[in-house]
Design a binder for this molecule. Structure first.
Ligand code: 6R9
Length: 658
């Protein structure tokens, strides 16, 4: 509630400067309103027009939207295209062959550049290598690579041959990798010997080996391709594992793209939901590419001379849309960064902006907060005048962090686009457009033209502005999730729930619109999903991992606010043995943290672990999470505890703040 209130009193407004308006592709509120109007009057006409203008089709589509099997919507279904063609060949054919596509900066600072022509031949060569391994259209390929040019080449090569990639973030454990390999039924894994972050080498290939051991004898994975990053020790399994360069040896650097139907899956990306098992979010080729390109042009206002930098990892959706696909589809020059923002010091981002003359910079609030803390004065040491536009994504940005970003990084000149979207939405949904929208710190402002966002109550009725409720999207849009891989029922239940009438896309976030301006502010998840440093973590997933430890009888996980990471993970644990205290408790806490790190990945490690002889439960046996949330925050429990079966437990859990 306090967040809603603080946003409602936020009265700082930053209208776009004349210069920004003049330069912008979508220029002025009237232009924005005209687009919204066009979409409202003729929804399919609008998207059909844009799909013709912003995507190159091998075979033009005649049908824009097919709703016959709603909510399994189809877009541009009889059209054919290739996404890699649209990102590479198209640009080379347009005379951009010698333009730099990627400026790669390694963790240690070494810089390498790749032109569009070079990137096209690298992708084609690797695509031929995949084909030579028998990988074909529709096959699933897991990519477990560090931030690298190879990561982008691997994704683009899959797209080129119609294979469906599923990138797994390098911070996920062998166990998480195993789950994804099995769920996707992957035929190949593309990885590296090690990754380098913050000056340290971290092995990757051993996690693949361990995952494939867990997968066992009937593994669908026939091929593991290994890129050499550090040259660190690496076990190669004969007949299965091959070095990247050996796989490419003798392959041609020309590869005819596989022309696929617009609905052909481009990728699966696993994300956390409110139940234990991660969901394989399936995206299309045509509709996804359209929104990736369009949002680059309208939200980021990308121009030929821009240097674009999105600091996300390719393991997350932001890296997919705004590193691998969007910038390349627009023929842009972009930065790909291997390292971390605080190495060698907290000025790394600012130094890189200066060195590479970055003009558009897109990062996450958690990075901004940690850089304020680690070195709020460091930006002053660097020349940041190349910047003209800033972006934020992943979680709500606190108004004070927004102001710092605006003044210290943007020099008070650069609009900030606070882009709200999700793995499931493929690209921006609610966001300012730089030449249009008056900015309000902490608000993602207005829907992208054509996106019919609204706020409804629990029965699906639209609420008046000023009232908080569930964020929904009233009409399907081209880059939306198509299904959950292998689980269409879960797709329907999660995103098109019958309670809301079955035709509204439920984002899973709460939101409120400003009563005067209609600006949206996201108030946080409405389900059991936490947002830790902009990464989605299901509480159930972490609970399942904890309970899998032989010491643990029961566990409940909640989030609590954290200055740096947005939310922190707090676990309440009942051990099978007696409740530990003192040194004993410390040891078990460390053991359980490491355990979760191994089961899911370091990002899922609970920050706090408290032990109780039991958990607060209702008489019907339901864990009372709202009480745990208060305890985690260190608040007095003021809620009604009359349904609580074992009130004494609260005292114990309060004290157990270890
Ligand atoms: C792109 C991405 C999605 C969840 C989403 C919401 C939160 C993302 C936000 C934001 C407030 C923003 N979120 N952007 N909240 N303002 N600008 O982050 O995808 O990892 O799937 O997370 O992140 O809670 O539902 P994903």
């Amino acid at each position: 509630m306090s967040q809603i209130e603080s946003v409602l009193v936020e009265n700082r407004v930053f209208p776009p400067s004349e210069e920004v308006v003049k330069r912008a592709t979508i220029s002025g509120m009237a232009a924005y309103e005209a687009l919204c109007k066009e979409a409202e009057t003729d929804y399919t006409g609008y998207w059909g027009r844009l799909a013709k203008e912003h995507v190159v089709w091998k075979q033009p589509f005649t049908s824009v939207l097919d709703e016959s099997n709603a909510p399994f919507y189809k877009w541009f279904a009889d059209g054919k295209l290739n996404v890699s063609y649209n990102c590479l060949d198209k640009n080379v054919e347009a005379g951009l062959g010698d333009k730099v596509a990627i400026i790669f900066e390694a963790d240690g600072g070494a810089v390498s550049k790749v032109t569009y022509k070079e990137l096209l031949s690298r992708v084609a060569k690797f695509a031929n290598a995949l084909k030579a391994k028998g990988i074909k259209k529709g096959d699933r390929v897991i990519i477990y690579l560090p931030m690298s040019i190879e990561g982008i080449v691997a994704m683009q090569a899959c797209a080129r041959i119609g294979a469906i990639h599923s990138v797994v973030f390098g911070g996920f454990s062998a166990k998480s990798l195993e789950e994804r390999i099995l769920d996707a039924g992957a035929v190949a894994v593309i990885t590296a010997d090690e990754q380098t972050r913050g000056g340290k080498n971290i092995p990757l290939k051993p996690a693949v080996d361990e995952a494939l051991t867990l997968v066992g004898a009937n593994s669908p994975v026939k091929t593991v391709i290994v890129a050499k990053r550090t040259g660190g020790a690496c076990n190669m399994v004969a007949g299965r594992d091959v070095w990247w360069t050996d796989a490419e040896a003798g392959q041609s650097d020309v590869c005819e793209p596989e022309w696929v139907e617009a609905e052909h899956p481009l990728f699966l990306l696993y994300t956390s939901g409110s139940t234990g098992k991660p969901k394989g979010v399936q995206h299309s080729s045509g509709g996804y590419l359209l929104h990736a390109a369009l949002t680059m042009k309208w939200t980021f206002d990308i121009k030929p001379d821009d240097v674009f930098w999105c600091t996300a990892d390719i393991g997350w959706v932001t890296g997919h849309t705004y590193i691998t696909y969007g910038p390349l589809a627009c023929g842009a020059t972009e930065i790909v960064f291997e390292g971390v923002p605080t190495f060698p010091d907290a000025g790394r981002f600012w130094k890189m902006i200066q060195d590479h003359k970055v003009s558009i910079f897109y990062t996450a609030p958690t990075a901004i907060r940690s850089l304020i803390k680690a070195g709020g004065d460091l930006p002053k040491k660097y020349d940041l005048t190349s910047l003209r536009l800033l972006g934020s994504v992943g979680e709500p940005i606190n108004p004070e962090a927004w102001m710092w970003y605006y003044n210290e990084i943007g020099g008070g000149r650069c609009p900030i686009v606070d882009t709200f979207w999700q793995t499931e939405t493929g690209g921006h949904m609610i966001t300012p457009l730089p030449g249009v929208t008056p900015l309000v710190p902490g608000s993602c402002t207005l829907p992208f033209p054509g996106i019919q966002a609204a706020i409804v109550d629990e029965t699906g009725h639209e609420l008046e502005w000023g009232k908080g409720g569930f964020l929904v999207v009233k009409k399907p849009w081209p880059s939306m999730i198509r299904t959950i891989w292998g689980d269409p029922e879960r797709f329907k239940k999660s995103y098109y729930p019958e309670d809301l009438g079955g035709r509204l896309y439920l984002a899973g976030d709460g939101a409120v619109r400003n009563a005067k301006t209609g600006n949206f502010t996201i108030t946080g998840r409405i389900d059991d999903v936490l947002n830790v440093s902009g990464h989605r973590m299901g509480t159930m997933e972490i609970e399942s991992a904890l309970v899998a430890n032989p010491l643990v009888a029961e566990a409940a996980v909640v989030g609590r606010p954290d200055d740096l990471t947005g939310e922190a993970i707090c676990a309440f644990v009942v051990l099978k043995g007696s409740r530990p205290s003192g040194e004993d408790a410390k040891r078990v806490i460390k053991e359980l943290q490491d355990w979760v790190g191994k089961e899911i990945g370091p990002i899922a490690k609970p920050k706090d672990i408290r032990f109780g002889e039991n958990l607060p439960k209702t008489r019907s046996g339901k864990i009372m999470r709202r009480l745990l949330r208060s305890l985690a925050k260190g608040e007095e429990v003021t809620q009604d505890v009359s349904t609580l079966e074992n009130p004494a437990i609260l005292e114990q859990l309060k004290q157990a703040g270890a």
